[in-house]
Each structure stands twice: as C-alpha cells, then as structure tokens.
Write a protein that binds this ligand. Sequence first.
Ligand SMILES: Cc1cc2nc3c(=O)[nH]c(=O)nc-3n(C[C@H](O)[C@H](O)[C@H](O)COP(=O)(O)OP(=O)(O)OC[C@H]3O[C@@H](n4cnc5c(N)ncnc54)[C@H](O)[C@@H]3O)c2cc1C
Length: 417
Amino acid sequence: MSNKHHTLLIVGGGAAGVSIANTFRRQDANIDIAIIEPSEKHYYQPGFTIIGGGAYTLAKTTKNEADLIDPSVVWIKDYADTFQPDNNTVTLRSGEVISYDYLVACPGLQLDWQKIQGLTETLGKNNVCSNYSPDTVEYTWECIKNAQGGTALFTQPPMPIKCAGAPQKIMYLAADRFRKKGILDKFSIEFYNAGPGIFGVPFFAKALLKVVADYGIKTHFGHNLIAIDGASKTATFETTDSEGNKQQITQQFDMIHVTPPQSAPDFIKQSPLANAAGWIDVNERTLQHNKYSNIFGLGDATSTPNAKTAAAVRKQVPVVVDNIINLMKKQAVREGYDGYGSCPLTTSLSTVMLAEFSYGGKVTPSFPWLDPRENRWIWWLGKIMGFPWLYWSFMLKGYRFDIPHLESYAKKFVDKA
Ligand SMILES: Cc1cc2nc3c(=O)[nH]c(=O)nc-3n(C[C@H](O)[C@H](O)[C@H](O)COP(=O)(O)OP(=O)(O)OC[C@H]3O[C@@H](n4cnc5c(N)ncnc54)[C@H](O)[C@@H]3O)c2cc1C
C-alpha cells in the first residue's frame, strides 16, 4: 500500500513507465518512486505482428508486471482516474489521493474498437481479426493459417496510431505465407487505408510500393473503415473526395485484419494535462508539460508528433529522467529528444525493412553504410530475437545505452532516392 506521497509518481507501467522507474532507480538508490498500473500482465506489443504472422508466441510477449518493476518501487495496483496538477495530486479509481513532487504520465493510448460499427460483436470470429490486442492477436494467425483463397482485406485508420507500419506489416506476412503455400494467386489482397499514402516518410514509401507490387496487393487510399457485418462478411468504408463530399462503399471479404481507430485515453482527454486534441501536452524536445513544470509525459499518450513506438520510448526515457534530475538540482531542462521513432517493417517471413526516422521525416538510421530501404534478413533476426532482448534485458531494466541515429548515415541513399 502506498504512503500517499511519493517524490516521483508514474502513471502507467507499460514500456515507458517501467523503463522510467527502473532507470531512475539505477541513478538514485534512495529516491521514493511509485507506479500506478492496474494490469498484472505486461506485453511486448511489437511482438504482436509476428504472432499474427505465425512466427512468435503470445507467451514470449507476456511477463508479470511484478517481475519487471524493481522491488523498491511502490506498485499501486489501480487506475489513475483524475489529475489535480495545481495540488500535485492524482486521484485513483478507488478514490484514494496520491501526492507527488514530480509526475510522469505515460498511460499509453486507447483502442477505440466501438468507433467501427459492428466490430466488437464480430471481432475474433467470422475471420475478423486484429493484431492490436493480446486477446485477439492469436486469432489473426488462425485466419491466415486457414485461409485458402478469396479476398483478404487489411485496414488502417486515420493517424495517429501506435506503430503506423503495423497495419501493413501483417499484410506482407500473410501474403508471404500464401506465397510459400503456393496459393498467393488464389487471393485478392487489398489494403484499405484512411490516409493518403502507404507510409508517412516518402523515402520508405517508395520502397514499400515495390513490396506491394511484388505481392500483387491492391491499395485504396482515403478509405476509412466505418462498419463491419461479420455474418454477411462485408466491410463499409467512407471516402472523401477533394471537394469534401463523402461516399460509402461496401466490400465483400473472406478475411479482414482490422487496425482500430486510436486516441488518448478518456481520463487523459478529460484532464487538465490534455491539449485540445486530448493528448498530454508536452514540449516535443524536453517532454516537460507545457503548463505544469513538475510533470513530464512520454510514450504513446503525448502530443509529440513522432511515430508512436517503443523505439521512441527508448530515446525518450533518458531525456525525462535527466530533466527531472536537473529540476531536482534546480538546473535547466535539456532539449534531448529529436523525435526518433522506428518501425521494423516485416516485408516477408524472413526480411525486414528497418525504417528509422525523426521529426520532419528525417531519415536517421542507427547503422552506417546500410541502405535502410533494403529488405534484410539481419533485421528479421533483430525483429524476432534482437529487439525483444533489447526491450526486456536493457530498456525495461533501466540500463542506459545509446545507439546513435544519424542523418549522415542515410545521406547518400536519400540523395539518390
Ligand atoms: C500490433 C503492434 C505492433 C507494434 N509494433 C511495434 C514495433 O515494431 N516497434 C516499436 O517500437 N513499437 C511497436 N509498437 C508500439 C509500442 O508497443 C508502443 O509504442 C509502446 O508500448 C508505448 O509505450 P507506452 O508505455 O506509452 O504504452 P504501453 O506500453 O501501451 O503502456 C501503457 C500502460 O498504461 C497502463 N494504463 C492505462 N490506463 C491507465 C490508468 N488509468 N492508470 C494507470 N495506468 C494505466 C496500461 O495498463 C499499460 O500498462 C506496436 C504496437 C502494436 C499494438
């Protein structure tokens, strides 16, 4: 049980919250730290893509939260409900009030399944699947494994979402499965994306269109999924033309992988921490709250315009930890975060295109000499072995390590593109 006041209080014990707590603990053995986190289980969500593709297991992506948080950190097993930043307090769902000197808010984002009419009723059956939840991800593999032909749809909602590449990654894994079974030509694989293009960074978008063409995938941009009827196996999309006129089209499917619309958690949207769009309103380089100087935010829940990824969290954690320590020493905060995010695009069951980029779509790889657009086996090994190991054994454990990511590494490839 908590003593109701903590020097450092963290809301959310996911990728960001556990990393912050354990990194802080390594820097300062005595500081009083508490985490508010309701869930007993912690998931390595980047692994969900390869579970859906039949190349990984849910067990490998799941650990007990209790085994991850340093035992000296107080774990408050409840939901944060409301914030009173003028009083430096957070009220829990139980009604208990916890006060703090410094607050780090990182409760991730919310999956808005209910925004697609009919989806919650049919998800997990009728060949309607999604990699976005631990409850549904294994069914994706069942759908792909059992598919013999027909129309396979993959959808992407409006941005922002976590791991913007994930809606198409599972499509390539499915296509490669079908190819390996010799049945790719029995499918019409179609990508329905609410956005205007295949990927937000043009350098990678060009390369991905070649992957799309290689599998014979049809793309539909500006198509937003709004309804699914599982029994009749139809999906309804809304399109908007250049004059703003909306139109609905309905498409039959044999299987459909849905990426749900996403937004800031409701309790954040309704809090004084939120900006107009509902996200935690922080400075995009210092990660300090724009109004409350003893509050920081990181991870998927913030207003920063980076790719919402665990890779971004890895670079944000030291910035938040150092800036809180700076404030404790009455020193200035530093502008340490440059918007880095990474998306290992699984282009087949043995290759990955490792897209790494920073604010403004700058291509900033961690590895010199290698063309980042190449589909490589070495990055596939990273995806199934290296990155999970980095996550569990270094990032979550609070070890500080920095692999520099530099625009200069990509210059000659970007210039040629
Ligand atoms: C299918 C999929 C594929 C992905 N692929 C990749 C990838 O290849 N590479 C990559 O880097 N990233 C990937 N990601 C994204 C990555 O998992 C997230 O960006 C990362 O987990 C964000 O960390 P976070 O701590 O902000 O949120 P999370 O890790 O989601 O943690 C949020 C935590 O807050 C808790 N919480 C929620 N509400 C409350 C509350 N009221 N009070 C207290 N706690 C609360 C939750 O229980 C949760 O534990 C993927 C995600 C998905 C779903």
